[in-house]
Ligand binder design. Sequence first.
Ligand code: B1M
Length: 210
Amino acid sequence: MEPDQVVALFIKGKLAASKKLVHECIDDGEDVELILKKLIKAMELVGDQFAAGDIFLPEMMVSARCMQACLAILKPLLNKGQGSDGEIVVIGTVKGDLHDIGKNLVAMMFEGGGFEVIDIGVDVPAERFVQAALEHKARLVCLSSLLTSTMPYMRQVIDAFKASPIAAQVKIMVGGAPVNQDFASKIGADGFTLDAGTAVKKAKELLQMT
Ligand code: B1M
């Protein structure tokens, strides 16, 4: 499977064919993490085509649907067999932002890593993050943002935690395509990870579980 081949299926919304391709790769013994990497690369290429004006919103939407169906196939195979640590993580995409594929992938990795995941969805206001962390007694909160216009809202979420009674108990991690370590440090996040694969490791370091 090559990312270009996936892109061709995704932008035409070929759901069944996309799923079939992933199943075939699994049956052929291809490494699951490699399949995942290629799917993520394909979505990046979809984004590039959108930015270049070669495809439009409907193609991005059907691509997202195909990607989600492919991830559902990989989910039971990722991070299989790691022990449960019983830690709770609250995760959501910040207010104004509807992108959730990356967030869902991070959530999937946390589940695989033994965390209990409280996924509070997309377009989440700061107070909802605080409320969920309080309600579930979470020690970790993860914020996702895919838009440069919604990145600054992450600071508002962090500030809301700082002003809350649980400020000292909660660690906040941020991520998403436009986010980097420099930005994360500037807004006062406790941690940043580039991708879903390293999120669990970083979380365990922050929570001193390693
Ligand atoms: Co949107 N979109 N989109 N989009 N979209 C981008 C982000 C964009 C870069 C495309 C482009 O122009 N090249 C661009 C943003 C440009 C910018 O901000 N400067 C863009 C735009 C402009 C828009 C709209 C404004 C378009 C419009 O309406 N005109 C609109 C905004 C809607 C809104 O949110 N308010 C919009 C809408 C959409 C769809 C709804 C069609 C769809 C999303 C569907 C969905 O998510 N359910 C969509 C898609 C699919 C994309 C692209 C093509 C793919 C995103 C994706 O799923 N990638 C994207 C292009 C791109 O990113 N290059 C694009 C795969 C995913 C696995 O990667 O999400 O990066 P990612 O997650 C990674 C890491 O970032 C990290 O781990 C993940 C896995 O390794 N990570 C975390 C993510 N969250 C984390 C949290 C953590 C840690 C790590 O916590 C600790």
